[in-house]
Design a protein around this ligand. Structure first.
Ligand SMILES: *Cc1c(COP(=O)(O)O)cnc(C)c1O
Length: 229
């Protein structure tokens, strides 16, 4: 193995170990937390190294960037699981259904009906998470926490969509634990089991507090290069 491959394999092993320890500390069974490797903006050689290390679940925040990175790799890695963790425009619903196995950012009726149509059209039914704007931040996507349960109900009854879980991105300036606890409470109100929460800075806390998937980018791959890093 070259330096990069062994460095990333070690980074992944260490993070998996910390996730498992945190889940255990929260009284949760080992293996109950999926590591989503957030590959957005990461260079190709790091993607290849992460695949070689055994990682199969990847998160991306833009449809086009994800197509460029993953479409040609599908054939080679049939057990890939691709998760959309960034905002989705309705005009990209078909493309998102065609590429992703999980869409975590469902947050409005217009998108729910676009996804229902896209599923019929493409014949693919990605698993769905509702994004909740737990901090009620104006600039952030996600449904208002007060509307989450009614929206989940409409997704099922009006749009005919199965909802698997909830996702949140806590405000940077607030303790993440408050938002993780709120998301867990809302999941009960919405009758869903899964929680996508926790990023590089707080994935252990999230694993302890009930996350079924944590989304880790920079702590796993290293900092995202370029001006957008
Ligand atoms: C980029 C991103 C992440 C990963 O962020 P890191 O801090 O690099 O771990 C997680 N979730 C979402 C929604 C993101 O956009």
């Amino acid at each position: 193995m070259d330096d990069l491959a062994s460095r990333l394999a070690q980074s992944r092993a260490a993070i998996l170990e910390r996730i498992n320890a945190a889940a255990k500390a929260g009284g949760r069974p080992s293996g109950s937390v999926t590591l989503t490797a957030v590959s957005k903006q990461q260079p190709d050689e790091r993607i290849e190294a992460m695949l070689a290390a055994g990682q199969r679940v990847f998160g991306e925040n833009r449809v086009q960037e994800a197509q460029a990175r993953w479409e040609h790799r599908r054939g080679q890695w049939p057990d890939l699981e691709l998760r959309l963790i960034g905002p989705l425009q309705t005009n990209k619903a078909d493309a998102a259904c065609a590429l992703f196995d999980v869409i975590e950012t469902l947050d409005r009726d217009k998108l729910a009906s676009a996804l229902a149509r896209a599923m019929d059209k493409t014949g693919r039914r990605p698993r769905l998470f509702i994004q909740v704007n737990t901090g009620r931040e104006a600039q952030k996507a996600g449904i208002d926490p007060g509307e989450a349960a009614a929206f989940a109900e409409r997704c099922r009854e009006t749009h005919g969509l199965a909802i698997e879980g909830l996702m949140c991105i806590p405000p940077e300036a607030e303790p993440a634990s408050l938002h993780f606890a709120l998301l867990a409470q809302l999941a009960r109100d919405c009758s869903v089991e899964r929680l996508s929460m926790g990023m590089s800075a707080d994935y252990e806390l999230a694993a302890r507090m009930g996350a079924s998937a944590v989304r880790v980018g920079s702590a796993l791959f290293g900092a995202r290069p370029g001006p957008a890093a």
